[in-house]
Design a protein around this ligand. Sequence first.
Ligand code: MG
Length: 201
Amino acid sequence: MKILCIGRNYADHAKELGNDIPAEPVIFMKPDTAVLKGNDFYIPEFSQNIHYELEVVLKISKGGKYIQEENAHKHYDEIGLGIDFTARDLQSKLKEKGLPWELAKAFDGSAVVSPFYPKENFNLKSLNFSLLKNKEKVQEGDTSMMMFSNEKIIAFVSKYFTLRTGDLIFTGTPKGVGKVEENDILEAFLEDKKVLDVRIF
Ligand code: MG
């Protein structure tokens, strides 16, 4: 199983980090070892600035290569939420030097994934999702604000990477990313349903 992630898919988030709006999706990957087991996230010793990024996650139900945009909906049937934990201090250093982001993005526990739900249960074109930190709303997004739709993303990434059943796609974060501290509690909501609960250690 592999995890493909889209960067800068919400213009308001790209701006908050001072990035340009991309003409093509920005793509990076996390290995399967990045998936957090359980609900406890331990801040790694190599970072002083771990950020949460709440994202809608697609689960690939049917593999493929060179998937056309108009067929892409047939390749995923469930969605959930995920947190793309990012060592922002490391990422900034790597970006400055033009180096790959893996150390900042793909470490153990950096991919938090909720249970998955049938996509028919939702209006995917305008899906609301939000993150509370210590009961206070810190991020709220709506998929209507995505620059690249789920279908466009699947078509784009499958040109480069064969998709397989069970692969996950993190579709990007809206604005409001921020730092986690020891003892924080993160709760993620898909529409009105709480789907994730994470404690920071
Ligand atoms: Mg992200």
